[in-house]
Design a protein. Structure first.
Length: 291
């Protein structure tokens, strides 16, 4: 979790809880949780719209909850609502989501839930995230990382009084809900920006509004404030791509932007100590954002 992205109002409380976590006794994840490894259903039972929602891997994962694209009439393993969905195979090993309903799960996913006190799932996820770097190191050494059920069950888990777990879980839940709310707000703003861009530079709505007399100097329209009036022409000219606004030019992208391609790096140059420059690889991207 990126400390810089956590609201300052949570900092002191998280630091207090982290001291408690470090001082507590440890047990193992397998002692307090059920770890259900996914199993793929027969391919002839899978369809786009019939049966139980099926999750095969992180391709269906979102920022918070998954979005299934397949269904099966013969599910073999299930995740229950509220479970932690954990990717166990491939380049996205370790990525997690919350199950917002019951799902059939394929072999790329494990479902993790507390045997007792399901309201402490956020405490459980916090413990997993804390030990995730060590767990991922155990999955290296091959071109296709893989985490087994035994490796998940052996993850250390803080053996703390239930009252302490509830306090920590409450803090993490509030933080998670705040992050999800902010994410949705950002998504709404991104959708608004995309709609505005299409209206201005694909459909040329401001130009059409001026041509049709719907937008007059000194007046504002929805999405078209008055001070932008002079930035848009009031007519079109023909081009090889169809009508474009008068005096606007169509040029190759290379004339307007610089493209820098990535290069391979030897794994011996990688480190987890934040030495050197941060490295971004293709599987670090989710929904267009590098993490």
């Amino acid at each position: 979790m990126d400390w810089a992205k956590i609201p300052e109002s949570f900092h002191k409380e998280i630091l207090n809880k982290s001291v408690v976590l470090q001082e507590g006794h440890q047990t193992r994840l397998g002692d307090v949780t059920e770890v259900i490894m996914g199993q793929s259903p027969p391919s002839d039972t899978v369809s786009p719209d019939n049966g139980y929602p099926l999750l095969n891997g992180p391709t269906e994962f979102g920022d918070h909850n998954p979005s299934p694209v397949q269904y099966t009439t013969d599910p073999r393993r299930f995740a229950k609502k509220g479970d932690i969905l954990f990717c166990v195979r491939g380049s996205t090993t370790g990525r997690m989501n919350w199950a917002d309903q019951d799902y059939a799960i394929g072999r790329g996913i494990a479902a993790i839930r507390l045997k007792r006190s399901p309201h402490l799932q956020h405490f459980l996820r916090g413990a997993i995230e804390y030990h995730l770097p060590v767990l991922l190191n155990q999955a290296t050494g091959s071109t296709f990382p893989n985490i087994s059920r035994d490796q998940l069950r052996n993850v250390p888990f803080p053996d703390l009084p239930i009252e302490t777990q509830e306090q920590v879980s409450s803090t993490l839940r509030a933080l998670d809900e705040t992050i999800e709310l902010n994410r949705r707000m950002c998504g709404t703003l991104e959708d608004t920006a995309s709609t505005l861009f299409k209206a201005w530079f694909v459909d040329f709505e401001p130009v059409r509004a001026k041509m049709e007399g719907r937008w007059r100097e000194g007046e504002s329209l929805p999405g078209l404030p008055a001070h932008l009036y002079d930035l848009f022409p009031d007519g079109f000219v023909d081009s090889e791509f169809g009508p474009v606004p008068y005096k606007w030019a169509i040029v190759p992208l290379g004339e307007m932007a610089t493209t820098v391609y990535g290069a391979p790096f030897a794994s011996t140059l990688f480190n987890d100590d934040q030495l050197g420059n941060p490295l971004i690889r293709r599987f670090a991207f989710a929904r267009g954002v590098a993490r």
